[in-house]
Design a protein around this ligand. Structure first.
Ligand SMILES: CC(C)(COP(=O)(O)OP(=O)(O)OC[C@H]1O[C@@H](n2cnc3c(N)ncnc32)[C@H](O)[C@@H]1OP(=O)(O)O)[C@@H](O)C(=O)NCCC(=O)NCCSC(=O)CC(=O)O
Length: 271
């Protein structure tokens, strides 16, 4: 058990590439406003154009689409597991006595080391998640190309960029919780793609909602530490994250109510 822990700690925290990682604006891959703006604009334009082009084109049949979807979901499920493990180990191995570095970085924190490494991997993984939209459009599953879906995929990249750019306190907790939820979510999508649709879809939505509520709890703690304690870095980014989290929470409550609560009420009325 100890050797598994030390091997994991080496490969996920202490490896020189990870421990010496530094986020430097303009030098690290993806570290400019130009990059993030171009990628998000390309995503939105491609979504719009492909969505309209597909109206007159045939959808990719399930025989082609399902295996690609399964591989894509499995890759993201495993990557999310690695990111959750890497970031958790980075938090617990943090040499500073303030364990809650996970929540509140000192104002003069250097954007260096494993926590920033995992935040960058997490940020770039959001580009890989654009593949979800492509698969939805190629399969002509337009019902699922919702405002929630496109808004989430486009905005989350900006949020992760701001986390890194402002050295935002609390992002390690965000990486751990969201990656953990994505292990379950992409696990669910993988099982759907291989034809074993799980019965716990509702639970996935509930987990997603819990992460947003939890995020607000951490946010409140961080703000109190910032204003009444010794100060936390990236405070303005926190307000942006709060607005994003609140908007997603509202969209997810709406999704939950439409997909589960109303359906259950209709079934009760019919029986
Ligand atoms: C249970 C949910 C995870 C998914 O709800 P859905 O209504 O989309 O689920 P569904 O039952 O229709 O999905 C099953 C279908 O998705 C296909 N599918 C499989 N893998 C996929 C992938 N990687 N991306 C998109 N679709 C995929 C399956 O083949 C299956 O198709 P078939 O039906 O043909 O067999 C829900 O909680 C949710 O997130 N809803 C919002 C929609 C969304 O876009 N979510 C992801 C981004 S938001 C997010 O990620 C928030 C967060 O950070 O937590």
């Amino acid at each position: 058990m100890t050797s598994v822990h030390s091997t994991l700690t080496y490969w996920l925290v202490n490896h020189p590439k990870i421990s010496n990682f530094t986020w430097t604006e303009g030098e690290t891959f993806g570290s400019t406003v130009f990059f993030v703006s171009v990628v998000v604009s390309a995503y939105l334009s491609a979504t719009f154009l492909l969505r309209h082009a597909m109206v007159s084109l045939p959808s990719l049949g399930p025989r082609i689409l399902k295996p690609i979807t399964a591989v894509h979901s499995l890759i993201l499920c495993l990557l999310s597991l690695i990111m959750a493990a890497g970031c958790t180990l980075s938090i617990t191995s943090d040499p500073t006595p303030r364990f809650f570095h996970a929540i509140c970085f000192p104002v003069d924190v250097k954007p260096k080391g494993p926590l920033f490494f995992w935040a960058q991997v997490f940020y770039l993984s959001k580009i890989l998640e654009f593949g979800d939209t492509l698969l939805i459009i190629l399969g002509k599953s337009f019902r699922r190309l919702s405002f929630l879906h496109v808004y989430h995929h486009a905005t989350v990249l900006f949020v992760c960029f701001i986390w890194l750019q402002t050295r935002q306190s609390m992002f390690p907790v965000g990486v751990v919780t969201n990656s953990t939820v994505h292990v379950i979510m992409y696990g669910y999508y993988f099982l759907c793609a291989v034809g074993c649709r799980p019965r716990w879809k509702r639970l996935v939505t509930d987990f997603q909602l819990v992460q947003f509520v939890f995020g607000f709890g951490i946010l409140a703690f961080m703000l109190s530490e910032h204003y009444f304690g010794s100060g936390c870095s990236g405070i303005w980014g926190i307000y942006f994250t709060a607005a994003f989290t609140a908007s997603l929470m509202a969209l997810f409550f709406n999704f939950r109510s439409k997909n589960y609560v109303k359906k259950t009420t209709e079934m009760i009325k019919l029986s």
